[in-house]
Design a protein around this ligand. Structure first.
Ligand code: GSH
Length: 357
C-alpha cells in the first residue's frame, strides 16, 4: 500500500495553508488535490482541508489533522514542552484560526475582490476562460464573501480592523526580527495557527501581500520559511521573549473574552435546548469589540471547541507548572479569562460538534 497521504484543499484556502506547511515541516509524503464530490459526501458537508490517510481514513479539521499526524509521526513535535510556551502556543493557534480570520476576510473581500473571484473560479474551471472563471468564482464564493457581516466586518468596523491588524504586523515584525519561528528555530502549533490567515489571504492576495511586504518584512520571511522549511529541524528557545507580551495582551483583551462569551452563550443554548444533540454552526449573534469598534458578530460554538484546548491544558497543570503559568498570565492580563470553567465539554464526532459530557 502506498504510504502517501492526500490533502484535499486549495491554494486560496486559509486552513489548507496551515496543514500544507505542517506536512512539509514533518516531511510527510502527500499529494494535494481539489476536494471531490465523494469526499464531500463522506464528510456530510463542504469543508476543506480534508486529509486522507494511506489506509483511506478521512480526517477533517486542520487541528485534528495535525494532531492525528503528531500521534503518528512523533519526531520533532510542534508542541513545546515548557508549560508557558505550550499554553501560549495553544492560545495563538486559537487566535490564528478563530480571530485573524477577521482581517483575512476583510482584506480579501474589500481589497482583492476581482482577483479572488477569478482565483475561486480557477479551482473549478482551471482550463476555462477568465470570463468563465469569473462567473464560476462569483457563484462559488458567495457563501464566503457573504460571511463578512457574521464575522463583524462592516463599514463601521473596517477602520478599527485595519488599525489593529497593522499594529499586529508591527508586533510580529519586531518579534521575528531575530528568530525564525515564534518560539525559536522550530515551528510550533502557534506558527501553524497564524500561518492560515497570514498566508493564503494576507500574503498571497496581492493587495494584502503588498501591505505585509511594506509593514512586516520579517513576517514575509517567516511565511516563506513556513512554506519551505528545513524538515524536522530546530528547537524551542529556553526563555520566553518579551516581544510576545504585547501580542498576548491584545489576545486577552479582545479575542479570549469573545471565546468566554461564546461559552456562556452556549451554556444558555443548552439550557434552552435540552433535547438537541447536534449543535448548530451558530447560535445567535452578540456584540463584541474589534479594535476600538463595537460590532455585531455570530456566536460560533466551534470557536469554543478550539478555546477548550488551552483551557483544558491549563486546568490539568500541576501546582508547580501552574504557578509559573499564572505569573505569566498575570503579567499579560490573562489570568481571569483562564479561570473560566463551564459545566460542559464539546467534542467532535463524525465531523459534527456535540456535547462530550
Ligand atoms: N476549523 C476548520 C475550518 C475549515 C474552513 O473553514 N475551511 C474553509 C476553506 S479555508 C471552508 O471550507 N469553508 C466552507 C464553509 O465554511 O462552509 C479547519 O480548521 O479545518
Amino acid at each position: 500500500m502506498s504510504e502517501v497521504f492526500t490533502l484535499y484543499g486549495a491554494s486560496i484556502s486559509l486552513y489548507t495553508g496551515k496543514v500544507r506547511a505542517y506536512l512539509r515541516y514533518k516531511n510527510i509524503p502527500f499529494v494535494e488535490k481539489p476536494v471531490t464530490a465523494d469526499i464531500i459526501r463522506q464528510i456530510g458537508y463542504f469543508m476543506i482541508p480534508v486529509l486522507e490517510t494511506p489506509e483511506g481514513e478521512l480526517v477533517q479539521d486542520s487541528t485534528e489533522i495535525i494532531d492525528h499526524l503528531e500521534r503518528r509521526f512523533t519526531g520533532s513535535s510542534i508542541y513545546p514542552e515548557h508549560p508557558v510556551q505550550r499554553l501560549l502556543s495553544l492560545l495563538l493557534e486559537v487566535y490564528g484560526d478563530e480571530w485573524l480570520v477577521i482581517p483575512a476576510m476583510h482584506y480579501r473581500w474589500n481589497y482583492n475582490r476581482d482577483y479572488i473571484l477569478v482565483e475561486f473560479g480557477k479551482t473549478v474551471v482551471p482550463e476555462g476562460s477568465v470570463t468563465e472563471q469569473l462567473e464560476a468564482g462569483t457563484r462559488l464564493s458567495a457563501p464566503f464573501s457573504g460571511s463578512l457581516p457574521l464575522l463583524g466586518v462592516n463599514e463601521s468596523s473596517s477602520p478599527a480592523i485595519e488599525a489593529w491588524y497593522e499594529e499586529l504586523l508591527a508586533h510580529l515584525n519586531h518579534h521575528l526580527k531575530d528568530r525564525e519561528y515564534l518560539f525559536g528555530s522550530r515551528p510550533s502549533i502557534a506558527d501553524y495557527g497564524l500561518m492560515g490567515p497570514l498566508y493564503a489571504h494576507n500574503y498571497r492576495d496581492p493587495r494584502s501581500g503588498e501591505l505585509m511586504r511594506k509593514l512586516a518584512p520579517n513576517l514575509v520571511r517567516w511565511v516563506d520559511m513556513m512554506n519551505t522549511p528545513s524538515p524536522n529541524s530546530g528547537h524551542f528557545e529556553e526563555a520566553l521573549p518579551n516581544t510576545l507580551a504585547p501580542i498576548m495582551q491584545r489576545i486577552f483583551q479582545e479575542c479570549i473574552p469573545v471565546m468566554v462569551a461564546t461559552g456562556d452563550a452556549l451554556q444558555s443554548w443548552f439550557e434552552e435546548h435540552p433535547e438537541t444533540t447536534e449543535i448548530p454552526r451558530s447560535v445567535g449573534t452578540f456584540n463584541v469589540s474589534i479594535g476600538d469598534a463595537e460590532t455585531n458578530r455570530g456566536i460560533f460554538p466551534f470557536n469554543y471547541w478550539m478555546f477548550q484546548r488551552p483551557l483544558n491544558y491549563y486546568r490539568a497543570l500541576g501546582a508547580k507548572d501552574r504557578s509559573a503559568v499564572d505569573a505569566y498570565l498575570q503579567s499579560v492580563g490573562g489570568f481571569d479569562c483562564m479561570q473560566y470553567a463551564p459545566e460542559f465539554q464539546l467534542k467532535r464526532d463524525h465531523f459534527k460538534l456535540i456535547r462530550a459530557d
